[in-house]
Design a protein around this ligand. Structure first.
Ligand code: NAI
Ligand code: MG
Length: 410
């Protein structure tokens, strides 16, 4: 029997192209795992009226470790129109399976590392005052609260009378009180102290474990006094346990400006759900964008790792596939680290770093050319060629075990 069981959920579109490539790497480093395929995404919605079928939930509950590709989501009306005829009008509503998964398994900690690989042509560069450019190394890890905040899903258009009545007790609701129900949309930003404490604790713990010098709480407490205020209060309380790590506080708006001015100043960044989503995409853009952005959704029992990108339907039918599998590889690396297989994780990361640095094999996004069928004839590597290149480096390392520690970041 294998030591680990991983529930693999390729999902939709390019999820089906990149996830199998990541498994090739996991096998190459000798990760002792069995993989169980589980259905998720658009076909499940169309055929079953549920994008996250109960059988997939059961597999995740049992095995507790998941690797996920991407799903396709569509707005409510379009989703209903695509249900198979027998299910139409039966009261099925579309919910994002990822958001549902996060809530169902309480995957409350989302970790998104944004760390540049030297030699990546997509890395952030800065003009120097005396002419020329410099390329600061970005090494930021975002901790995003994954289950609460504005994504908690407590929202209405035309809120029920009881909700309106409750809101009317707040003096600041006055300007909205006369708005007709159908013209009034409300999404509630819910922060609980326990969850705020937990995400801040996770951020500081990561900083301690990996030697980061600061944790930045990125909120907006001057305006969102209650919710961002609570996040900031908890960050301050947690910071007391970590005197060697500085706590910085930034506002989300200012932070998005500063991260393009001096991204190298930041280390671990912690934020509530929406702000964490925004800031992690913004930092990801400095280190290669969607082709390089990976994340882990971690709960007390279950953990699921996924690239940040979606199903990229416009490229899903291309043969050969052209999308960059590195974000998926880095998700697999995070999975390995999560279960303590750090040597294997390091070997894959080193192999990716070597391929990026060498610069001979680049997918279309890394060449800054338009994606599409022509990309290959313009010299872009296919998804499989990129995997082959990384595999070749992994195998080279295997032949010379002492080279394992040749890690840029070490
Ligand atoms: P997307 O991430 O699927 O693609 C946006 C664009 O980014 C692509 O057209 C492509 O140019 C580029 N891109 C994405 N992944 C890439 C890769 N691995 N290599 C190179 N280039 C890559 O986002 P989009 O187009 O907004 O959404 C498409 C579908 O995916 C929608 O149905 C959306 O709801 C869903 N989605 C799912 C997510 C998930 O599964 N976690 C996250 C984001 C979107
Ligand atoms: Mg996002």
């Amino acid at each position: 029997m294998a030591r680990y069981t991983v529930v693999t959920m390729p999902g939709d579109g390019i999820g089906n192209q990149v996830l199998p490539e990541a498994l090739r790497l996991l096998k190459a480093v000798g990760f002792d795992a069995e993989y169980i395929h589980a259905a998720i995404g658009w076909e499940c919605w169309r055929n079953e009226g549920n994008a996250l079928p109960e059988r997939t939930v059961e597999l995740l509950a049992k095995h507790q470790l998941g690797l996920f590709g991407a799903i396709t989501s569509k707005p409510k009306k379009e989703a209903e129109a695509e249900l198979k005829p027998e299910l139409k009008g039966k009261g099925y509503s579309y919910f994002s399976p990822i958001v549902t998964m996060r809530q169902r398994f309480h995957l409350d900690t989302c970790i998104r590392p944004c760390i540049s690989f030297p030699g990546n042509p997509l890395n952030f560069i800065r003009k120097k005052s005396g002419g020329g450019f410099e390329e600061p190394i970005v090494n930021v890890v975002i901790f995003r609260q994954n289950t609460e905040g504005l994504y908690a899903g407590v929202e209405w258009t035309n809120p029920p009378e009881a909700v309106r009545a409750a809101l009317a007790t707040h003096p600041k609701f006055k300007p909205f009180a006369a708005t007709p129900g159908p013209d009034l949309a409300i999404s509630v930003r819910i922060i609980t102290r326990a969850a705020a404490r937990k995400i801040c604790q996770a951020a500081f713990e990561w900083a301690r474990k990996y030697g980061y010098k600061s944790v930045t709480i990125c909120e907006k407490p001057n305006v969102l006094r209650e919710t961002s205020g609570m996040m900031e209060d908890e960050a301050k309380a947690v910071a007391k346990q970590y005197p060697a790590i500085a706590l910085w506080s930034t506002n989300i708006d200012a932070q998005t400006m500063w991260l393009t001015k001096n991204p190298e100043d930041y280390a671990v960044v912690v934020a509530s759900n929406l702000f964490g989503d925004v800031i992690s995409d913004a930092f990801a853009g400095l280190v290669g964008g969607l082709g390089f952005a990976a994340s882990g959704n971690i709960g007390d029992e279950v953990a699921v790792f996924e690239p940040t990108h979606g199903s990229a339907p416009k490229y899903a039918e291309l043969d050969p596939p052209i999308v960059n599998p590195i974000a998926m590889f880095l998700s697999a690396v995070m999975l390995l680290e999560h279960v303590g297989e750090t040597e294997k994780a390091g070997r894959i990361r080193d192999a990716i770093a070597a391929v990026v640095k060498e610069g001979k094999v680049r997918t279309y996004d890394m060449m800054r050319i338009t994606g599409g069928a022509k990309a290959i004839s313009q010299g872009a590597a296919s998804t499989v060629q990129m995997t082959d290149a990384v595999l070749a480096k992994v195998e080279a390392v295997e032949d010379v075990p002492c080279a394992v520690s040749g890690r840029e970041s070490a």
